[in-house]
Each structure stands twice: as structure tokens, then as C-alpha cells.
Design a protein around this ligand. Sequence first.
Ligand SMILES: CC(=O)N[C@H]1[C@@H](OP(=O)(O)OP(=O)(O)OC[C@H]2O[C@@H](n3ccc(=O)[nH]c3=O)[C@H](O)[C@@H]2O)O[C@H](CO)[C@@H](O)[C@@H]1O
Length: 363
Amino acid sequence: MRLLISGGGTGGHIYPALALIDTLKKDDDSNSFLYVGTNRGLESKIVPNAGIDFKTVEIQGFKRSLSLQNFKTIYLFLKSVHEAKKIIREFKPDVVVGTGGYVCGAVVYAASQMHIPTFIHEQNSIAGVTNKFLSHFVDKIGICFEAAKKEFPSRKVVFTGNPRAQQVANIKATGRLAELGLSENKKTVLIFGGSRGAKRINEAAMDAFSLFDTNEFQVLFVTGSIYYEKIKNEIGEKKLNNIVVKSYIQDMPAILPEIDLIVGRSGATSLAEITVLGIPSILIPSPNVTHDHQTYNARSLADIGAAIMLKEDMLSGQTLADEVNGLMKDDERRTRIAQEAKKAGIPDSSTRIEKVLIDLINR
Ligand SMILES: CC(=O)N[C@H]1[C@@H](OP(=O)(O)OP(=O)(O)OC[C@H]2O[C@@H](n3ccc(=O)[nH]c3=O)[C@H](O)[C@@H]2O)O[C@H](CO)[C@@H](O)[C@@H]1O
């Protein structure tokens, strides 16, 4: 299969694409891949690093209010559709897949206009703007939450889960925490705010450090690269007992099996990892995302006892420390949450998508 895949902006759209490629590579080494992104999104670093052929088109997102910028956006959209068609003609894909973010809007739209089979993947419980738009043109739509079904034409929808789940499902602990300067004999709390970091979570974490019961557990605090320098400066010479601070973890799945509790946003790709591995979590949904979709993502787990949700307006150093200290003392409760999380995981998500793609190609 020749697969052209596009998705970008944040890790939450990129990692599922790479995970799908991973499975397709393993299943048939004659499969070939081209990834199309922008040169501004995280994909411009992550995809070439993963050794996948990468091309870019220029595009930007719509502003919600009417502005002159939107005329530029429309112009760039049409230009990028034109660029995408050129890339498609050269690569000659059998199928084109979009995993969300503005860039895949142009690429998948171009493919649909050229009558090439198309598939989009919606990671969230509420559809993103790009996928909503594309849903009118594509052949099939993979979803990860039942709630997303009503957002799309129902005959196109397939419940696939997130390919990142399959990629990480069988990862075992290999002592990676020790390489980061953490002890292998202590329970570990990982705090991070999605692929780009989250200011409010970082602030609460900084306030919570002195309140954490760090005799009981250690903390890996991942700030996101844009916040790292400032936080490092703020911490300065303070000696932080049992707390390690990093800007970004290149290979997050490799450390996840060694984590006893996650404190983080409720981005869909993180949730796919948390569930398939069965890791207890305190989820603090970002209030700054389209249609508040992270709250719906988090609620879908919290409602079945598979995670704890802490709304950002209740977040402070104290509330965070109380929740974390309480959970870290209560092994039984953490185990219960982990078991429920694992039940919600979908370990064969890439294989489900692969079947849909093969059907589309053979149709
Ligand atoms: C602010 C924003 O718009 N967030 C959206 C973005 O999430 P965003 O990209 O932040 O987050 P997700 O939680 O979905 O995925 C993050 C991914 O990055 C990885 N990771 C994270 C930190 C790190 O240091 N190293 C690392 O590898 C995680 O393991 C995970 O695979 O896309 C998601 C999927 O559509 C949405 O649900 C989120 O609402």
C-alpha cells in the first residue's frame, strides 16, 4: 500500500499517524509512506526524526471572528490544495489519511477531489473543525469515543480507537526512569500538560512541590519546551527533593510503564496511552480547546471510574497536592482506577484502521 498521511500542529495529531505507519510497516514491508505537514508544527521535527519521508505545504487556521487574516487563510488554503495535488500526483498514493489539524484539511480535500480513497481519524469525543469540514468529502471516519459518532454522517463512521494505543500496548518497563535521574525503587508521579506543556498545570505543580509527600513518592515534572527555561530559573538553586524537571520526553511510551500516577491534560492521544496501559490519572482538561472537548474526553473516563477529573477552576497547589498525596497513599484505589482504565483501552486500533484502508483500496 502507498499511504499518504497528514496531520499536524500538536503531538496529539502526529503520534497516531506515526503509530499507524508503524503497524503498516510491520505488517508488510513493501508498504510505503509519505507524511505531509507544515514546517511550523511539531510534525516538522517529530516526523523526520522518525525516519519518515516528509513534505510540507503552507497553511494557517481560521480565526473565529471575521478578520482580514481569514482572507489570507482562504488564499493559503486554496494554494495548499494546489500544492497537495502536486504532491499527490508525484507520490501516487492508494489511500490518503488525515489525523487532524489544519494541514490535513487541504491534503485530504485535495485527495477527495482527485477521487483517491480517503480516511480521517478523529481522536476526540467532539470533532475538530478540520474533520467536521472533511467529513463531507471523505470515504470513512475512524472515531475513538462513541460520543463522536453523532458529529459525522453515520454510514461513514467506524469505531477504531487511537493507533497510539496499539503501538504502546505491549511496552514493558526497561529502567528508563533511572536514565532520567529517578530512583527505580520509588513510586513515581508524572506531571505534564500535553505535548506542548500547560501553563496552569505548571504553576500548580510549582506550588504543590513543597506540599507533596515526597518521602512516599518521586515526581517527574515535564514542563513543555516553551516553559522550561522560566521554570528552571524559578527553581534556581532550590534543592528539590525527589523531583526531576524535564522540558520534553522524546520517547514518552518508554517511560509510561514505570509511572504510578499521571497528572495531565486530557488530550485524546494521552488518554489512549493511559487506558491501554492501565495507568491511574488525574485529568485536568484544558478549557482552551474547541468545544471544550477535553472535558468530554476526561468525563468519559471519570464516569466509569477510569480516571479522576479535576477541573482547572478548582486547580491550585493545595488541591493538586491533596489529590496526589491521597491517591499515592491508597494503593487499592489506584489499582481500581488502573483496572477500569485498562478495560477502556483499545489494543488493536491500528489493525482496525488497516482493515478499513484495505477495504477502501479494494473497493
Ligand atoms: C491544546 C490542544 O489543542 N490539545 C489537543 C492536542 O493534544 P496534545 O498534542 O497536547 O496531546 P495528547 O495528549 O493528545 O498527545 C500528546 C502526545 O505527546 C506525547 N508526549 C507528551 C509530552 C512529552 O514530553 N513527550 C511526549 O511524547 C504523549 O505521550 C502523547 O502521545 O491533540 C489532541 C488529539 O487530537 C487533543 O485531544 C488535545 O485537546
